[in-house]
Design a protein around this ligand. Sequence first.
Ligand code: ZN
Length: 68
Amino acid sequence: MRDDDDDGDELACHACGATIEGEPAGRGILVFPRGDDLYVDEPPLCSRCALAVGMTAMARWIEEEEEG
Ligand SMILES: [Zn+2]
């Protein structure tokens, strides 16, 4: 029996492919348009990539704030 919510298997970082031991350091957010719908995925990320993605998201947020 499979449970999609079970994180027992080892994970690989979605960005760089590094094996993640234990809990992923973070998750990215991918949004794919599918016709009239949106498919949202939250792939696991290793600590390095989670940090990079977090920095990017924060930089984007700051830019948006400045644009007002
Ligand atoms: Zn990575």
